[in-house]
Design a binder for this molecule. Sequence first.
Ligand SMILES: [Zn+2]
Length: 194
Amino acid sequence: MRGRGLKIRMPSIGNDLVKQDFSPPNMDDIQRWMAAAFDLATEALENGEVPVGCLMVYRNEVLGKGGNEVNDTKNATRHAEMVAFDHVVEWCCSRDLNLNQVCAQTTLYVTVEPCIMCSSALRLLNIPLIVYGCRNERFGGCGSVLSIASDDELLTGSSFKCISGYQAEEAVEMLKRFYKQENPNAPKCKVRKV
Ligand SMILES: [Zn+2]
């Protein structure tokens, strides 16, 4: 499995990241955390959810993790990232730590490019770096539809860097499997004739 489907574009880690006392992950870190994110995506798929999984890692500690929970909660905003964000907020509150300072040293690992909504939240939280699998052609906020991640004109939060393409084929395969099956929660408004 190791190294399979690896087509990764590593960004140059700019001075801004170094200034924040942020140590970027190495290849072993990326493999370890992305494997865990893919496990969460598999779990989501088995639960009838869009197969996206993610982890938020701060100084080698997982502060938050999640899979997509939209169908289970009947709440369209419960993307994997949002589930993980809530854990990070709780973690910071229980230790009386500043959320933005912790986030400034946190990396998000996610199987699919964050959507526009989640990319905006990542900016507001001050996350410096994300690692993701495949592109999100429908809703991607890191270049596919909009470039929320890198847009210097945006006045909200701070831009973040992306390492993209990790096990992208596998992530796409999972999405295809999900969209091929009937979504039991989709509104039944069309009569299909075979
Ligand atoms: Zn999202």
